[in-house]
Design a protein around this ligand. Structure first.
Ligand code: SF4
Ligand code: SF4
Length: 150
């Protein structure tokens, strides 16, 4: 079982288990995307210098939500909804001495997860609303208590 760097949390989802349930074309594309996501972190030295700038980590204070934690997940080609806990601000890359663009890996992993039907329900609802009505909240109705993340 895979453990995240810096904490004892076990990650329950292995990519092979998910990929067995999807079509061949989606499986190939998702596999390629996960390969590319892992490659983004090939040169990561686990220094953690990216963490201090990450707004998500500064609020949640757990390694798996940090840029380095995301890198650990992606390097191991593990998919988890944690990967959606990133606002794509690129602040972490400013601090990275190796100029690693964490967002690039995060985005590829998200694309792979959506391909395999593992995206966020809220996001799917938002996209469906926009396609149907032009509004993320649905036709003529804005529920300001509802939040969506990217
Ligand atoms: S891009 Fe994501 S991981 Fe990097 S600092 Fe911003 S929220 Fe954190
Ligand atoms: S700063 Fe760069 S090299 Fe260091 S842990 Fe973060 S991503 Fe890896």
């Amino acid at each position: 079982m895979f453990y995240l760097y810096g904490c004892s949390q076990r990650v329950p989802i292995y990519i092979n288990e998910i990929m067995a349930k999807i079509s061949k074309a989606a499986r190939i594309e998702a596999g390629n995307l996960m390969e590319e996501a892992a490659e983004v972190f090939d040169s990561c030295v686990q220094c953690g210098m990216c963490k201090a700038r990450c707004g998500v980590f500064r609020v949640l204070r757990e390694e798996q939500y940090s840029p380095r934690g995301h890198g650990d997940l992606l390097s191991a080609k593990v998919q988890d909804k944690i990967i959606f806990e990133c606002n794509m601000c690129r602040a972490c890359s400013v601090s990275c001495p190796l100029n690693i663009w964490v967002c690039d890996g995060v985005l590829k992993c998200r694309q792979a997860m959506v391909l395999m039907g593992k995206g966020l329900k809220g996001n799917e609802e938002m996209v469906a609303n926009i396609r149907k009505t032009g509004s993320p909240f649905g036709k003529g109705k804005i529920d300001r208590d509802k939040l969506y993340c990217c």
